[in-house]
Design a protein around this ligand. Structure first.
Ligand code: CDP
Ligand code: MG
Length: 697
């Protein structure tokens, strides 16, 4: 393995990006980064009443007529579950109703979100509606960014992860009078942890109020979970459910006689049939991912182009989270008379956004979910059949305006075989972050913890195993000091947190900070249509044999060296927004590790130190080249392939790699690779990889 991080191409290029790393005190660290784009990767927020005054807008929302009823329930019951579709005003209005009726007097009103961007955009909107400055009465707290003033802030938006970290310092959440758990239908890993922990806290703090808000109607499970009434007397219930659903219309359900061989093509045919046979009304197509959406849009555009002059025309629009705001806006605008709008969407349109005017829904019957393979310790994204609840939710999107129709691209018998609800992440993803957080909260016997959906015991054991190997837990399952404690406090996955926390020992904390920051952003490399070759030549300058993570490090280093210039990014087909965000995250992470007294050092180009440090965190994700030509994980022997987005794709296949992510599409792919020496696995994770296992490969 070479001892330089930069590739030959980089060193010999005219600009020569010889590695020079930043030092604290360099200008970048003093830069005011308040202009950083906070909306990247969000779903666009559509406000149909934006021309009205704020008061009028607030009164038009579906929660408004229920305002007093909601406040009454919160007074009377310890837990109130509010169900209402996206856009009804749950996230922006309920905290304001509480503020207007004086709840923040005894403590603040907290509101959690699964996504960071939702915290910032909701807090901004609510500060606006309340006519206060963001960060004072209304604030937010997300990882690496806290905009609240103790004693002043009354409404605080935060991520679920932040709330769990606050519980580490204040187990009974004494500073809060009401906690609102928002978007609970998403049932992320942290939603479930927070639900379980809130139940414990509610039992100890009878004055605390909990509001749960959800966009789907399956509230029964949560009602049962939070109703502490053990008698038959309803008067003694401690939980209540209120629905603020708008009026819905009946939806006719249509099935295929036989399953579709290719649901993307089948959805195209279905849309064309609707267009030719059905009266006016817009169409919403549900597919599982961006690639499918793009394919479907181009097939549909071909079909639309061949429509006859006397036929109504079609307006085909994609809808997914990685579109720009302007692109998303088009899907919300109504189409002119004589034009039928077809919106082709990912799961984002199921609950995250509501597209107006939809009368027909085409449902492919599948969704992409994160799924854990306990044998190989890998978490991957897999396309699986939807649940009945999800199919019903998708169908409901056709009945907002008038009675509608849904076309499910599978036979009716298949519907009967679907599971009732989508399993929450707690039962299907890697539990090591959850176990680490709960351990830090003093909950050592996970098997006895009251989870809303208990995770499989095997997954818990695998998580414990991984945390012991990472050095966060002792063999007897207690948190190590300081490593385990610091890992639990660090707002990153245990693997990345470990990498950063030991980076001082490897003498490369500066480089690891950059690597981890770059892993937090997406789509670093841009390949504009028609400029593929040019972009490839530019990107090649950064590529090195050590793999994608070191390539990302080179990009970041060069970006800093060039003064974080936007022009430089454009010229090199690099996503400036992503790099700017990475730089911001990097400086916040640096402050954190300095607090933990991790020495800030650079290995000055010694790539082995960086790769070894990556191994110290990512060793559970090791794979080797099998004689069959594909890769296999060391544990569990899961077959994997290099993802086409990796720079190692089609290059000479390295013998041993670590991956950051696994993706199941047509095959099982691994992404973000680092080439390693297998001896490091034994050196850094002897218990996880016994000699015998490695020798057998
Ligand atoms: O939480 P829920 O989906 O029920 O609704 P909400 O987020 O409270 O949004 C209520 C209204 O506020 C919507 O009509 C949005 O258009 C508007 N809103 C906004 O203009 N800007 C935001 N950042 C959030 C909401
Ligand atoms: Mg909401």
């Amino acid at each position: 393995m070479s001892n330089v991080v930069v590739s030959d191409a980089v060193r010999t290029s005219t600009m020569s990006y010889k590695l020079k790393f930043l030092k604290p005190g360099d200008d970048i660290f003093n830069e005011d980064r308040s202009d950083v784009d906070k909306t990247s990767g969000t779903s666009f927020i559509y406000n149909p009443h934006h021309s009205m005054t704020i008061d009028k807008q607030r009164q038009r929302l579906p929660v408004f007529p229920a305002r007093n009823h909601i406040l009454y329930l919160i007074e009377k019951f310890q837990t109130t579950i509010v169900v209402g579709e996206t856009g009804s005003g749950k996230s922006t209005q309920i905290p304001q109703y509480l503020r207007e009726s004086g709840w923040p007097v005894d403590g603040i009103v907290g509101i959690t979100q699964p996504r960071r961007v939702a915290c910032t955009s909701l807090a901004t909107r609510v500060a606006d509606e309340c006519d206060v400055i963001l960060g004072r009465e209304v604030g937010y707290s997300i990882r690496f960014d806290d905009r609240c003033i103790p004693g002043t802030t009354q409404i605080k938006y935060m991520t679920e992860g932040i709330l769990v970290r606050e519980m580490m310092a204040d187990p009974l959440l004494r500073q809060y009078s009401v906690m609102i758990l928002d978007e609970v239908h998403e049932r992320t890993l942290y939603t479930d942890i927070v639900l379980g922990l809130m139940k414990k806290i509610l039992k100890r703090r009878r004055d605390l109020r909990l509001v749960i808000s959800s966009a789907t109607v399956d509230a029964d499970q949560l009602y049962n979970f939070f109703n502490f009434n053990t008698t038959n007397n309803k008067e003694k219930d401690t939980a209540a459910v209120i629905s603020v659903e708008g009026r819905t219309h009946p939806v006719d359900i249509h099935y295929l006689e036989e399953g579709a061989a290719d649901y993307v093509k089948c959805s195209v045919e279905t849309v064309m049939k609707i267009h030719k046979k059905e009266p006016a009304g817009d169409v919403l197509v549900f597919l599982t991912g961006v690639e499918e959406v793009d394919n479907c849009v181009s097939y549909l555009k071909e079909e639309a182009a061949s429509l006859k002059k006397n036929e109504d025309s079609l307006l085909i629009l994609p809808m997914h989270g990685s579109l720009s705001n302007n692109e998303q806006l088009r899907a919300f605008q109504s189409s002119p008379v004589g034009v039928r709008k077809v919106v082709v969407a990912t799961n984002i349109a199921e609950t995250s956004v509501t597209i107006p005017g939809i009368v027909y829904v085409v449902d492919c019957g599948f969704a992409k979910l994160r799924w854990y393979n306990v044998k190989s310790h890998t978490d991957s994204l897999v396309v699986v059949p939807t649940s009945k609840a999800s199919a019903t939710q998708r169908a409901g999107r056709a009945g907002r305006v008038r009675s509608g129709k849904v076309y499910r691209l599978y036979p009716e018998e298949e519907f009967d075989k679907l599971s009732e609800v989508t399993p929450p992440e707690m039962v299907r993803t890697n539990l090591s972050p959850a176990v680490l957080s709960l351990m830090a909260l003093g909950i050592e016997n996970m098997l006895r913890f009251d989870f809303p959906s208990p995770p499989p015991a095997r997954h818990l054991t695998a998580a414990l195993d991984e945390l012991v190997a990472l050095g966060a837990l002792t063999e007897v399952g207690t948190l190590t000091k300081p490593l385990g404690q610091q890992m639990a406090e660090f707002p990153l996955s245990p693997q990345l947190a470990k990498m950063l926390l030991v980076s001082g020992d490897f003498g490369c904390s500066r480089e690891i900070l950059s690597v981890v920051a770059m892993l937090q952003v997406q789509n670093v490399f841009i390949t504009p249509r028609g400029k593929g070759t040019e972009a490839k030549i530019c990107h090649r300058k950064f590529q090195v044999n050590e793999g994608d993570l070191i390539t990302l490090l080179n990009v970041f280093t060069a970006y800093v060296k060039q003064g974080e210039s936007k022009q430089w990014c454009v010229k090199n087909f690099i996503n400036h927004r992503a790099l700017r965000r990475a730089a911001e995250m990097r400086s916040r992470m640096e402050k954190l590790i300095v607090n933990f007294e991790i020495p800030i050092k650079s290995c000055e180009g010694g790539v082995d130190a960086v790769c070894k440090c990556i191994t110290a965190g990512m060793f559970p994700n090791a794979a080797f080249l099998h004689h069959s030509g594909s890769y296999k994980t060391v544990r569990g022997q899961q077959t994997l392939h290099i993802h086409p987005s990796s720079m190692l794709y089609k290059e000479s296949q390295p013998q041993w790699v670590l991956f950051h992510e696994v993706l199941h599409t047509s095959r099982v792919f691994m992404r973000d690779l680092t080439v390693i020496d297998p001896a490091w696995l034994l050196e850094l994770a002897p218990h996880f990889y016994e000699k015998a296992t490695l020798r057998n490969q």
